[in-house]
Design a binder for this molecule. Structure first.
Ligand code: SF4
Length: 211
């Protein structure tokens, strides 16, 4: 962009990226006519013990969720910023705390040969285990849970919203679902009980056991 219309090249790229990012993560919304009320906004951290880690001496832990295998001191967090060591016990801070939800066409995931023409109830928490320079959802992938208001959405509620919105799938998307693996797992189980399937849009940077 030339300087004569008032925008530097850097400003133009920043503005374009911001627009793309907003388009990529739609504002939280439920379809009109749904009898369920919207979820409650919350600011508290919801601690659930992590399922893939090992305890080390001196209240340290080693996370076994993704190949980074972060070794974390007491009161510290891993690289992804959504898991914390408290006294030698490791916790996820984002279980049941998505920061966005939306009903999207399954093709937007983008899946073109899995239940084509249907909708996917899509959720994401904050956090990611990589830092791609081109991430279009960096406003939620590269922040900590305290920096973005979340919604109180336990797994059963997500499954209920999916079912009532006519979505045959729940999609874990927008950020990196590996880092909210416990929430993904519990929600997939809750969805299955209601006949709702799950799809995970992921970088695949995960260890074998949690898969
Ligand atoms: S999931 Fe997070 S804390 Fe665990 S190894 Fe990966 S980046 Fe580190």
């Amino acid at each position: 962009m030339s300087a004569k219309n008032g925008w530097s090249r850097r400003e133009f790229i920043q503005a374009s990226c911001a627009t793309c990012a907003l388009a990529a993560v739609p504002a939280p919304a439920l379809p009109a006519g749904l009898y369920l009320s919207p979820p409650r906004r919350v600011k508290d951290l919801h601690l659930v013990e992590a399922r893939h880690y090992e305890k080390l001496p001196n209240r340290k832990i080693r996370c076994k969720l993704c190949p980074r295998e972060c070794v974390i001191d007491d009161q510290e967090r891993g690289y992804c910023g959504v898991r914390e060591n408290r006294g030698g016990t490791y916790y996820t801070l984002v279980h049941s705390r998505p920061v966005t939800y939306h009903v999207d066409p399954i093709e937007k995931k983008p899946l073109f040969h899995f239940l084509p023409g249907t909708m996917a109830f899509s959720i994401a928490t904050v956090g990611c285990n990589v830092e791609c320079k081109f991430c279009q959802n960096w406003q939620i992938s590269q922040v900590r849970p305290e920096q973005v208001e979340a919604f109180d959405m336990p797994p059963e509620m997500v499954a209920e919203y999916a079912k009532e919105s006519g979505s045959p799938t729940i999609a874990y998307t927008y950020t990196e679902p590996v880092i909210f693996q416990e929430y993904v797992y519990d929600t997939a189980v809750a969805g299955k009980k209601k006949g709702v399937r799950s799809v995970m849009i992921s970088n695949g940077f995960i260890q074998k056991d949690p898969m």
